[in-house]
Ligand binder design. Sequence first.
Ligand SMILES: [Zn+2]
Length: 242
Amino acid sequence: MTLRHKIIVVFVLIATAGGGTYWLTGYSGEAVPRPRPVDPEGALVELRTGNSRFVTCRRTVSTDTRHDADLRHATAKGQHPFATILCCSDSRICPEFIFDQQPGSLFEVRNAGNVVDDDVLGSLEYAVEHLHVSLVVVMGHKGCGAIKAVVEAGDTPLHDHLGILQTRMSGIHKQVLESNHRLDAEVVDRLVEENARQQALAVVRDSPALRTAIKSGGVRLMYGIYDMETGVVKFFNFDSSS
Ligand SMILES: [Zn+2]
């Protein structure tokens, strides 16, 4: 074993000593791609610690270009993401930055308003059944334009395919009407959070496969809100009974 390999082994041993759920921040060995969290708790720790690096302007993983060629070579053989994230298409939402991750770590499903439909469920089921991700996160974001559009429209149907957004946000329809077209941040962000919760509810309600996987405990479903100003992602445990 060369000295370099001995150093790498020591790094890995240190990183796994605390429970084996994540590894050293700023690790600069040749582990490309990085080790993968093995359970929902480890996956959540990885997202939280990555988000903490983003918030404090200390990203390391997503800014590391030294191993780009190795990473391309490794991930071309297959992908092994540890989490799947349903989030808004908003151009300001970049999960790899927000959670400081490298390509191959997050399986993303995106559309305006992070709404659940059959296509989304197909992608989530693929991530869970075929890629064996252990954590599913529905992530809304403060100031979401899709939510604003639905609030602004109220009871008036949006034209063309935008009407689908309203249909998929039927879970917040009552609150939308109660908001009386108000677009101030308090109203919008409250509906953003409720929409994320409702979309998480739709995941377990409309997908028997995901419902079974989540009930088994091997897969965890959460929802979250991303604050574009601070960079903080606030996570919520999903309780289907609430
Ligand atoms: Zn949005």
